[in-house]
Design a protein around this ligand. Sequence first.
Ligand code: 0PR
Length: 370
Amino acid sequence: MHDDDIERILDEFYREDFHYESGRVLGSMYTYPPDIVLKAFFKFYQANLGNPGLYPGTARMERLVVDFLLKLTSGKAGFFGHVLSGGTEANITALWAARKMGFRKILATRDVHFSVLKAADLLGIPIEYVPMRDFAMDPRALEETVEDGTIVVATAGTTPLGYVDPIEETGKICGDLRCYLHVDAAFGGFVIPFLNELGRTNIRFGFDVQAVRSVTIDPHKMGLTPYPAGGLVARENIFAKISVEAPYLMEGRSDTLLGTRQSGSVAASYAAILHFGWDGYREIVEECIDTTDYLVFRAREEGFEILAKPVMNIVNIVVEDPRKVQRELFRRGWAVSTNPAYGTLRIVVMPHVKKEVVDEFLKELKRVYF
Ligand code: 0PR
């Protein structure tokens, strides 16, 4: 077939999908990246850090990205990390390493991301739910269940509500025991440091809490880079725990779950860090939070109830039958997600969600709902 014909065919499929540029994708932790970031992705699309010996340049960029992730998580220069395929791989890897180190049970709340349930299943480790208080882990309940040899997964920016488990308190509770404390900051890792700087919050979620051993923090969420770019950083070399012999590789070993790793996203993540810089990311968080406040204010004005006061840029609007409302909005070209357990529509206020979009969306929601 000729290129033109192929393109025409591709266009047909393309039109079926949602695109972030439309501004109408309101339920995903993702946005379209700046051009230079995409350019970096395609420039390095051949790179495969599954075989880093061939790509020393990309491997060096991975370390620079990891250094930035360590800055966000209050880590130190000698700490360890990898850019992985996403939060799922990062969580599985951390828990895999923890199991290798002899830990045998996971404690987390019901709002933990389902990737942790996948990890528990794959690794054959039981998971026990810790009761919640005010939409986050109840430290008193944790204190009652935690014991030597347990893994605690605390979330900094829960998927449904964007809430933060009390990590400092959890750290204190774990500190006296032989525990593995993993923090899932897949979303919140690129948000909380800036909310702290803006004076909105004062939350410690990273390595400044002594008991924290590893943190998931994903560039392909609020780091505004194309997938696949998750991140896992750790105080000790947990990757050595899961590494296997790989005789065909120059290094002779493989220390990640995946073999072949699309590493264009590593270059893209580094380009994003250069493009936005620390201050740029703070400005983006400031803008998203400003729009979040606007959405909360306007939704209430229109007669809607907000479930929990947003900590970060995730808003939950109470509706009856969220799935039905979601379907109806979908038909009208709007993509929101739902939290059936909470009876809400869930809006992730990413940078493409502007105030005009909020106004338009609420108009549509009123038409659909009232
Ligand atoms: N940890 C947390 C706290 C998450 O929210 C997510 C994903 C993960 C881990 C897993 O990350 P990966 O999906 O990168 O493996 N949270 C989003 C969610 O489940 C992912 C997402 C993004 C879903 C865009 C839909 C979508 O359109 O909501």
